[in-house]
Write a protein that binds this ligand. Structure first.
Ligand code: ADP
Ligand code: ZN
Length: 220
């Protein structure tokens, strides 16, 4: 099962991918997490990425593509994965298809497009808290940690993400509409797009995803 989760910030892509990883052993690969790791390392890639991420702009295609494809290259040729946040431009999607084929890897099976209203996105991002140590995601109302401010998985500190500030969020939504939404058509043309609502509570959203994967013959 090789999946792409497509949708605006706050649609629940990362949250669902983590549940899928725990229950179905599908590797969750988040380009945002890879980039934030590079930023923390402070290497040249990280410094260039940080400048773009601060304003909510996209990081240049070549840089993200290298980072993500290098990681995919470490997987087995048919290992299951759920890509979260990548591809985000038509160019990235083309390179992904080409590279999987060139490396003799199994292609992407399905792209799940999450649809969610702007007011939901803003609420989700404002309540989002992320573990500094292991990058697990929480939400003050939707998915609260057992102890406030502390990660259930690793005991790390939970922080709001700097790019979840309201000014940056508006820019990220605009960038999504312009650069990433066209990918829905790209995957629809390949016959690989399925759309799910991103509005429901997490467990309900997960059950809808699982039903879809079963229907497509991708989950048992
Ligand atoms: P969210 O899950 O809220 O959409 P991400 O963690 O996926 O946020 O991304 C955070 C930021 O990292 C983006 O605003 C962008 O600057 C950068 N980024 C992540 N993935 C990509 C990508 N595939 N292409 C370009 N920039 C990216
Ligand atoms: Zn943690």
């Amino acid at each position: 099962m090789r999946l792409i989760f497509l949708g605006p910030p706050g649609a629940g892509k990362g949250t669902l991918a983590l549940v899928l990883m725990e229950r179905e052993k599908v590797t969750h690969l988040s380009s945002g997490n890879l980039l934030r790791e590079a930023v923390r390392r402070g290497d040249p890639i990280g410094r260039e990425a940080a400048r773009c991420m601060q304003s909510g702009a996209l990081v240049p295609d070549r840089l993200v593509t290298d980072l993500v494809l290098r990681r995919i290259g470490e997987f087995g040729k048919a290992d299951p994965f759920a890509l979260d946040g990548f591809p985000r431009t038509v160019e990235q999607a083309r390179v992904l298809d080409e590279e999987l084929a060139r490396a003799g890897h199994a292609p992407v099976d399905l792209t799940v497009g999450f649809q969610v209203s702007p007011s939901t996105m803003v609420k989700r991002l404002q309540g989002r808290r992320v573990c500094e140590a292991c990058a697990a995601n929480y939400h003050l109302e939707r998915l609260p940690p057992q102890r406030p401010g502390i990660c259930d998985r690793c005991g790390g500190n939970l922080k709001a993400r700097p790019d979840d500030r309201p000014e940056t969020v508006m820019n990220r939504l605009a960038v999504y509409e312009k650069e990433t939404a066209p990918l829905m058509d790209f995957y629809r043309a390949q016959g690989k797009l399925r759309v799910l609502s991103g509005e429901a509570v997490i467990e309900e959203q997960y059950q809808a995803l699982l039903a879809l994967l079963k229907k497509e013959g991708l989950a048992g």
